[in-house]
Write a protein that binds this ligand. Sequence first.
Ligand code: FES
Length: 349
Amino acid sequence: HRRSGAAYSLTIHPGPARAVARPDETLLEAGLRADLALPYDCRSGGCGVCVCTVLNGRVDLGPYQEAALTPAMRARGMALMCCAVALEDVEFEVEGVASLSPGQAQALQHWQGRVQRMERLTPDLMRLFIALPPGKVLNYQAGQYINIILDDGAKRSFSFAKAPPDPARPAPSPDDGIIELHVRRVEGGRFTTHVFERMQVGDHIDFEGPIGRFTLRDSERPILMIAGATGFAPIRSILEDAFRRGVRRPIQLYWGARAADDLYLQDQLERWQAEHDNFKYVPVLSGSADEDSWKGRRGLVHQALLADHPDLNGYEVYVCGSVRMVDAAVPDFLSHGLAEDFCFSDAFV
Ligand code: FES
């Protein structure tokens, strides 16, 4: 139902503050452009931080994820500001903020880097290393991501795939200025096709970040993780960081892919498993290839986890994969006793 051409006026509570939404601009973009300190995090409909209640006017809810905006919330008139677009003049109330004083909008840091190295791990998987300008370091938390900004301003999100710079290291390492991303080729995808067909070492890359709350929480609970395809990237960052910090909680990772060829960096996982007796790794294939050669688990990765852990009460679970995988896994986990406060997810389209 996207409108074309019209600008609508937004009335935002508490306040009320006012903003004008340009055509196809989300409520969040319009509010931030008006310099309002609106809460947000992922900007992609996954974290739920930007939730609001629509009091008047119609909105298109946009590409939200079910886990962040449940049917019960929708029934109460709630929307995610980072996804919702006004279809007429709209009045809404931002949840969980006492005031919306202007001038405090949280700015994302903007970065310029260069392609330092490209390594093809599988026919469809590129390991992309981006170097920041000399002397620059991007301090992020394991599990966060960046948005790469394309020529026309469109954005593509990619998770950091290695641990952040080590704050405990006495001297900075040259590696601190290098970011690693895992880029899977998407059929017809503008940016990923560019990466596979035209990108050269030395090319400029514009991006913003760090973004996201898919980070390891402090608790005593045993950890279960599932990754789908390149959902492994933030999981690898979290694991590398956890091992470096000496985290001793039991950690079990289930990594699902269609075929054995889609699983990469297997030697590192095997090494981690040999070095850390609190870590266990279970690969799971969902496709029918590798009929003779694959001796491991088969099926949907979250079902493999549930087969081993039918009662998730007491666990902490981290899920990263496609929207489809996360939307299938999270409700299943909650119905197997997982507490909502201990279920963390990051989904990509
Ligand atoms: Fe809107 Fe995360 S910022 S859902």
